[in-house]
Design a protein around this ligand. Sequence first.
Ligand code: NAP
Length: 547
Amino acid sequence: MSDVQSNRSGDSPAPRGRVDAVVVGAGFAGLYMLYRLRRLGLSVRVYEAGGGVGGTWYWNRYPGARCDIASMDYSYSFSPELQQEWTWTERYATQPEILRYLEHVADRFELRAHIQLRTRVTAAAFDEATDRWVIRTDDGASVSAGFLIMATGCLSAAKVPDLEGLEAFRGERYHTSHWPHGGVDFTGKRVGVIGTGSSGVQVIPAIAEQAARLFVFQRTPCFSVPARNAPLEAAYESRMKANYAEHRQRARETRAGVIMDVDPRSALEVPPEERERAYQARWEQGGTGFLATFSDVMRSREANETAAEFVRSRIRATVRDPDVAEALSPRGYPLGTRRLCVDTGYYETFNRENVTLVDVKASPIEEITKAGLRTRSAEYALDSLVLATGFDAMTGALTRIELRGRGGEPLTARWADGPRTYLGVAIAGFPNLFTITGPGSPSVFSNAIVSIEQHVEWIAECIAYLRERGFACIEATAEAEEGWVAHANEVAEGTLYPLASSWYVGANIPGKPRVLMPYAGGVGAYRKRCEAVAAQGYEGFSLSRAG
Ligand code: NAP
């Protein structure tokens, strides 16, 4: 039987099949998982909803999209040959370049034959009689798999806001995370952008350069630091490549999966002028290293406020109209507790004649009309509306699939009060199911590639262990899960994150339980914990042989 289809064939349903493992998603996580499982000799089928590989980098094609982690860190480390061969052109890679990289990886490691594109997994149920998963797809087919691995991404389930009249809008409507492949020409158009998170901060300067008029509808101002993107210097590349393995190893042991030069002092112990100089130096350097200016920026509210005020002072220095500068200045939540944005010319954009900031906190959006958008105090005629409104993060991609564990229990019911996992990689009651960078793991608090590689390797080693010893089933125990959730919550309480209404805590989705979803204990410590669990014969899991 062939476990492989590179494409859906017309309307005919795929044959009912049987594979060792199903992987959902062909982004960074799914591609590497496939590679590792094939190396173990497993038959694998990867289902991917998109028309190509790349995950996040396939879908988020909006103008200005680029990564805010340095290219040479935001890439796979598993293949020394790959990391030597590939050359990044910029400090921060653009979306098209990252997509080209992932396409290259799919070709180089001969992965495509195992990937079924344009196929969305709709449901999966664990069959206790066989210890296998039955997975259903939107082409009406189903497949049986020994293991089910969710490589569905943390930020892949788009959030479309529930705005009155949205469907009635007669102009063109886009979501940053589902951007048309051919691009969009905004020349001469009146464009509205809703949302000022990382996506908005990137798309707004790009659209401003093209559109006749741009209205930015901002509810919560963000903190953004300049990227200082530049072509990648050959000397830097050679230096990195000469010590790549050592560099990667050091990154794995850090808190966030990137090597940052953290000043060990408190922001409060240095004289104000010196503190200002330190923030200025990081501002000039660019990027998220700004958070590492002092050791307690993310731990002490008071220290954090010094960094926050510095950013506000930069906004005032950049934006000519003082009222606009004030409206852009975030207040009421600590810097970094909502994802710090990294931009190229974001604040400068508000000095342009064709750009208007509309404060929709002060005057909320009441309705999308056929011809534009109406707030409580004004109406805006628009040709195009861009939603940069984010994602149902961490859990959305999992709960939108009808996942049922033992006894047919739906995942949505188990997670009614918030996600509960063991190590962010397994769920009690859902045997033989793994979540790559799932809730309860460092995931979005880290360089995603470092966390993805760590999970993929751990999962592959776990499956190899089971197969070598003749186990058919592995399942997190309820006690281990309980213990991990309690530990993760305790770590969260020691941070500033719970102080902000962010997507990290599910606050952007009406009705979503408020829980800090990523694990805040750092990737280095987390990795050690995972390794210890494996070394103890998968402590906290129950392993069983075929019935
Ligand atoms: P986001 O951070 O959740 O931002 C969504 C924005 O839309 C917020 O400003 C939000 O305002 C606004 N919004 C949502 N519903 C609204 C409504 N009904 N009315 C008015 N405003 C509304 O989403 P994102 O910008 O797509 O970023 C998500 C994450 O993806 C980032 O934090 C980052 O981790 C990742 N990302 C990374 C990059 C990069 O590497 N450079 C780029 C893009 C995304 P409120 O805050 O008031 O709800």
